[in-house]
Design a protein around this ligand. Structure first.
Ligand code: MG
Length: 254
């Protein structure tokens, strides 16, 4: 989506504010003993309570064989992204890390954001993985300036994750958003400065670094959605929807 006027811009900002509030409520709910289905139920209830729609529920991404069956993606430890919370229901345990990825549609505008949250006390490596991945998202946001390229964002994210000693998952990445959940351009989390499409004012993008504490290779589960690291190592995921403005990116879902 490219923002064309003040009304669209105001609706986008309000959509982002609402999604950020729901994600914050989910973050507060995370604790040992809470199930993935409880988190999904809460997400759907809060979104609908505000008069909005859960964007992921019923959405069929390109290449998928069926519609996504939940409002929220819940991806625990070695689950990378797109864990289905309400089919094989999982219970959070002390020491887990849990990725929560959520889309919200407000007045026809789709916003998308994700956080990875520690469950109780987690080990040092997991803390570093979460910090590096969140920092890489902020590095990507800072690189999202009109006149720069998609590759500048990709490169900034990759540098931050690899500098911390972790790997970038290459199969998945950011995307345009706003009119629908996934739009052009694809935004890899690795790349070179100056490569790819040029960024321009008004563009709405979802940046989403996805990292691995071990090897970068992932596999797709038979459910058609859940990605896991091949070697069983932990993975983290942070995402913001951003709007490219004259002087740089504004975080919409922060
Ligand atoms: Mg996304």
């Amino acid at each position: 989506m490219t923002i064309q006027n003040d009304t669209e811009r105001a609706n986008l900002i309000e959509a982002g504010r609402r999604l950020a509030a729901v994600l914050e409520a989910l973050r507060m709910k995370v604790a040992p003993g809470v199930t993935s289905e409880e988190l999904d139920d809460l997400a759907e209830q809060l979104i609908r309570g505000g008069g909005d729609e859960p964007s992921f529920l019923g959405y069929t991404p390109e290449g998928a064989h069926r519609a996504y069956p939940a409002a929220l993606c819940v991806s625990i430890n070695d689950e990378v992204v797109h864990g289905i919370p309400n089919e094989s229901v999982k219970t959070l345990k002390e020491g887990d890390i849990v990725g929560l990825d959520l889309g919200l549609t407000h007045k026809g505008i789709v916003v998308d954001a994700a956080i990875t949250v520690p469950v109780g006390q987690v080990d040092e490596e997991s803390k570093r993985l979460l910090a590096a991945t969140e920092q890489s998202l902020m590095a990507g946001v800072r690189a999202a300036v009109p006149g720069k390229h998609i590759g500048d964002i990709s490169h900034a994210i990759q540098e931050e994750i690899e500098h911390a000693g972790f790997k970038v998952v290459k199969e998945l990445g950011g995307h345009g958003v706003g009119d629908v959940v996934h739009e052009e351009p694809f935004i890899p989390n690795y790349g070179r400065v100056g490569e790819g499409a040029i960024l321009s004012e008004g563009m709405v993008l979802a940046l989403e670094p996805i990292s691995s504490a071990g090897k970068a290779a992932v596999t797709l589960a038979p459910d058609g959605y859940t990605y896991r690291t091949k070697d069983g190592s932990r993975s983290a995921h942070f995402e913001h929807t951003i709007l490219i403005e004259k002087d740089g990116a504004r975080i919409i879902t922060g």
